[in-house]
Design a protein around this ligand. Structure first.
Ligand code: ZN
Length: 330
């Protein structure tokens, strides 16, 4: 009888609890991720994880535990997959921001200000030189070149100074240095960078220098060669100084001097460089054109010394990217 009962008990155990379920039951007791009460797999009512069966429907708790564990693993795997997709999406969004956020550029205010001061000093020097005799003017010029270099890091050559003496020989009070400051001020305000990408509002260095060149061409055409009758016919270009490099232009100007001395008709408003270029005297016209090209190239090259490109501000760019990354809303 005892043996039969024992056999029956073992049989029941084998039917009711498979090996898997036995293990589940033992582990579940100590598994902190499984709450003390779990829903019965069949009726859904709460059963204690330590009980053997559901008090409501009699369903074995081990089976409910296995079902609970399976459901738990499934939902954890689902959550992990969702997180992985979210991480992937965030990574892509961050990469997009890092590659597409416009860069921040900073102006070189210090160099701009130094150039402005150098121009002011240059202007004073040119004005002062004007009142000096040839010999002392040459000494003062050399001193000016040295001072601009040492004090303002501005390199000016003797050849440039010889052209810059014409800085205020323009009609209606226009002058080169003022013109230069104005255009550089505009360019610095707009912002010039080496090569802007499509998302930048700045202009490229090539465009900026082309703009300077074209403005210098316009200006130099208006260089007053001989001022008007009402201004006393002042000669701004000295044939003696042009003799060596532009002999045809020097000859033409000498002839003009003679004509004026002989009271021959002369345009009341005077003559600008453009008039000489348009002259019917082909040799003089060609020489005037060469002189103009030289003046334009010196004026442009000098102006470009004051063009300070904006540089990438790495720290500000990273900050801007970080701000954009923090604002990502997935
Ligand atoms: Zn139940």
């Amino acid at each position: 009888m005892k043996n039969r009962l024992f056999a029956l008990f073992v049989g029941l155990l084998m039917v009711g609890c498979g090996e898997e379920e036995q293990v589940a039951l033992i582990e579940a007791k100590d598994d902190p991720s499984i709450p003390k009460a779990i829903p019965c797999e069949v009726c859904g009512k709460d059963v204690s994880k330590r009980s053997t069966s559901c008090p409501n429907c009699g369903h074995p708790t081990s089976a409910s535990l296995v079902a609970y564990k399976k459901a738990q693993e499934l939902s954890q795997a689902k959550a992990r997959e969702e997180q992985r997709l979210l991480d992937e999406k965030r990574k892509q969004a961050e990469e997009l921001i890092r590659s597409s956020t416009p860069k921040e550029y900073s102006r070189n205010f210090q160099a701009e200000e130094r150039f402005r001061q150098a121009i002011s000093r240059l202007e004073d020097g040119l004005v002062a030189n004007n009142a000096l005799g040839l010999e002392s003017a040459a000494i003062a010029q050399a001193n000016l070149i040295d001072e601009l270099q040492s004090k303002f890091k501005l390199t000016v050559t003797k050849e440039e100074i010889q052209m810059l003496v014409h800085w205020r020989d323009f009609s209606q009070g226009e002058n080169y240095l003022e013109f230069l400051s104005k255009i550089l001020g505009q360019l610095h305000l707009t912002g010039v960078i080496k090569s802007p990408s499509a998302d930048q509002k700045f202009i490229s260095e090539a465009n900026a220098t082309a703009r300077i060149d074209s403005m210098m061409e316009d200006l130099v055409d208006r260089l007053v060669v001989i001022s008007g009758i009402s201004e006393g016919l002042r000669f701004n270009l000295d044939p003696k100084k042009l003799e060596k490099d532009y002999p045809e232009l020097a000859r033409y100007l000498r002839e003009l001097h003679v004509d004026i001395e002989n009271d021959e008709p002369f345009p009341e408003e005077g003559l600008v460089l453009r008039n000489l270029i348009d002259s019917s005297d082909e040799n003089a016209s060609l020489a005037a054109r060469h002189f103009r090209d030289k003046l334009v190239s010196v004026f442009s090259a000098f102006a470009r010394k004051g063009l300070f490109l904006r540089t990438i501000d790495e720290a500000a760019t990273l900050e801007a990217q970080q701000r954009a990354i923090e604002a990502i809303d997935l």
